[in-house]
Design a protein around this ligand. Structure first.
Ligand SMILES: [Zn+2]
Ligand SMILES: [Zn+2]
Length: 240
């Protein structure tokens, strides 16, 4: 991770925050990862503050409620695709960070599968675009001043201004995911046990079959019966 800091040709904003205000025109390189645990779904959250009419009508409480609803929807979608380690939504108002959603999965494999699935999905009437993001640490990408509402760069800050769901909801979602993971693991365990029992039963049946075959006279002794009979018949013919 520390290499890019010394490499002047690499854009540290893109590497750390996953988005840079210069976009494709940036003079420094934006190195897109070929795989990652983190996905970026750019502009997925429709910030009501950017739609002035909505902002005038909606109270802070309503904005939070609608955000919580959005957060829950996307969390459930992501959790159905893989284990979610972190979910971050930006409320910056600049184009490159506006409404960006970052989801970090437990493994690169899970993120890869989720990315394929998400790129075929629609959300809120719009097609979803998902891509691998170089962001590894939200701690580094986050604007700490925003947490205390003291960011002097305002809503056009180039660090993440993270909007959080209410902590109760967040706790419920992450705990439910953990619980369903345990339930799934137990179901798998049960399936494995049943498979083992089934194969033990088949093995036992095969053994029993083998044993009963061994108790019967062998095929060769059956073959000798007619021979003996015919030999006896021949002997009987000769005795006449
Ligand atoms: Zn850049
Ligand atoms: Zn800031």
């Amino acid at each position: 991770m520390s290499d890019y800091r010394n490499d002047k040709s690499t854009c540290t904003f893109y590497s750390k925050i996953g988005a840079c205000r210069h976009g494709e025109k940036c003079s420094r390189a934006h190195i897109k990862p070929i795989s990652s645990e983190t996905l970026l779904l750019a502009n997925l959250y429709q910030n009501p503050k950017l739609n002035k009419n909505d902002a005038e009508e909606l109270s802070a409480k309503q904005i939070q409620e609608s955000f919580d609803h959005f957060y829950k929807d996307i969390f459930l979608k992501f959790a159905s695709l893989g284990h979610v380690e972190a979910l971050v939504v930006c409320e910056n108002e600049n184009n490159h960070l506006n409404g960006n959603v970052y989801v970090k999965f437990r493994s690169k494999d899970a993120a890869y599968n989720a990315c394929m699935e998400l790129n075929q999905s629609w959300f809120g009437g719009r097609p979803v675009h998902s891509e691998f993001s170089p962001v590894e640490s939200f701690h580094e990408a986050n604007c700490r001043a925003h947490e205390t509402d003291t960011c002097t760069r305002g809503d056009h800050c180039n660090f993440m201004h993270i909007r959080n769901p209410n902590s109760h909801l967040r706790g419920i979602l992450f705990r439910a995911q953990e619980k369903s993971r345990i339930v799934k693991a137990l179901q798998e365990l049960k399936k494995d046990e049943e498979k083992e029992k089934e194969s033990a039963k088949v093995e036992q049946e095969q053994q029993q079959q083998q044993q009963s075959q061994e108790q019967q006279p062998p095929m060769s002794s059956l073959d000798t019966v007619p021979t003996t009979t015919s030999a006896a018949a021949v002997a009987a013919l000769f005795s006449k």
